[in-house]
Write a protein that binds this ligand. Structure first.
Ligand SMILES: *Cc1c(COP(=O)(O)O)cnc(C)c1O
Length: 396
């Protein structure tokens, strides 16, 4: 029966029944003339999610990591300089990918628990008077540390320095759970995936690409074939795909978009904010600390929580799974053993979050953590009671 429990990992996330049903379908011929009626509206509607009018949507059958590779190889050439800050496992892996692609990566090392350093980007960009830096790479929501970065501030730093570099943003764990504004922030490539805020299985990288980034494909010489933007845009324009599309995922994505638009994007973001705040209230009632250093960095899709000195967060996560059949996120990279993570994004309600908090509390108590059983749950309950749109009127 534990297969019925929700997961509290920050991706892949819980898949609503409605989306599972939408994906349960017979194969359809992707070369048939009416495939365009399936794909084109999905690509068009994805623009609303990225809040872009002029960007072009590009999808690949791959996980989010393939989206990074596509962004880099389509627009840059070996030896090109890129500027990126390392503040968690995902920004680290993106740096690693750029280095393996032969780029000249200028890394700003930041403490894990902090976010994209707009002020330090501003200094480096201002000093780069020859405009050798071709792209600035930002991880919007660092899933390893639960840190959310201000992309608008990075854009302002770039504009302030009068620097023409492109801005690439990883929004894999923020899209469809926290506000994302491609056009307003002047993002050149936004990279996301299907298995987080979009509530689907893994298997589709979803990118939004600006005209400037699309123009950069002409000079870029990084080798690419499967991930070539031009093959994809040409095939999409003709109503198809350059190879076999993940058909069931496209149907699931149609339904995911319908669900997000029916709820209303602002309501989706408000729901994530409220769920996350309940978790934060619990963390503080336990007397534990978030990895994210300050409130403006708090992520609404995942919380990374330090375990007390002398405890091993991986053992806690293992115990929660073995004893109660509920998954939480382990600590990654520098945070291995030090933090556990509660993913609170995607198809989730306050009631579901309470079950996760109750479970991790039991697991902590089992392992003799210095916490009071029920304290975190009670704090979250109080917060959810007070902030439920319907609770007060229903009680009246
Ligand atoms: C999940 C995630 C990715 C992509 O991981 P895949 O497993 O390749 O889908 C990239 N960046 C961030 C911030 C993520 O959370």
């Amino acid at each position: 029966m534990t297969g019925q429990n929700p997961v509290f990992i920050p991706g892949p996330t819980n898949i609503p029944d409605r989306i599972r049903h939408a994906m349960n379908m017979q194969t359809m011929d992707h070369r048939a003339p009416d495939f365009v009626d399936v794909l084109a509206p999905v690509l068009r509607d994805l623009k609303k999610l990225f809040r872009t009018e002029t960007g072009e949507i590009i999808t690949f059958p791959s996980s989010g990591t393939g989206g990074w590779e596509a962004a880099v190889t389509n627009t840059l050439s070996p030896g090109d300089k890129v500027l990126v800050a390392r503040y968690g496992m995902f920004s680290h892996r993106w740096i690693d990918l750029c280095q393996r692609q032969g780029l000249d990566v200028q890394v700003i090392e930041c403490e894990w628990g902090t976010g994209a350093p707009a002020d330090r980007f501003a200094e480096v960009l201002a000093a780069d008077t020859a405009h050798e830096i071709k792209a600035v790479l930002v991880t919007h929501n660092e899933t390893a540390t639960g840190v959310f970065s201000d992309v608008g501030a990075v854009r302002a730093a770039m504009d302030g320095a009068g620097h023409p570099a492109m801005l690439f943003v990883d929004c894999v764990s923020s899209l469809a759970s926290m506000d994302f504004r491609m056009d307003e922030w002047g993002v050149d490539i936004a990279i996301s995936g299907s298995q987080k805020g979009l509530m689907l299985t893994a298997g589709m990288a979803i990118l939004a690409v600006s005209r400037k980034a699309m123009a950069a494909t002409r000079a870029a010489t990084c080798p690419r074939c499967y991930f070539d933007f031009r093959d994809m845009t040409r095939a999409n324009a003709a109503g198809g795909y350059p190879y076999t599309p993940p058909l069931q995922l496209i149907f699931g994505l149609r339904t995911a978009l319908d669900m997000l638009f029916e709820e209303g994007l602002d309501n989706v973001f408000a729901r994530h904010q409220r769920l996350a705040e309940g978790v934060r209230q619990a963390v503080s009632a336990w007397g534990l600390k978030l990895c994210a250093r300050s409130p403006e960095l708090y992520s609404n899709s995942v919380s990374a929580i330090y375990v007390p000195e002398g405890f091993d967060s991986d053992a806690l996560v293992n115990h929660a799974y073995n004893a109660y059949g509920v998954s939480f996120g382990i600590g990654l990279g520098e945070m291995a053993g030090k933090v556990f993570r509660i993913g609170h994004l995607g198809a989730l309600t306050d009631v579901m979050v309470l079950s996760g908090l109750a479970t991790i509390e039991m697991a902590m108590k089992d392992l003799d953590y210095p916490i009071e059983l029920g304290s975190g749950v009670a704090a979250a309950q109080e917060y959810y009671r007070k902030t439920s749109a319907n609770a007060m009127s229903a009680a009246a």
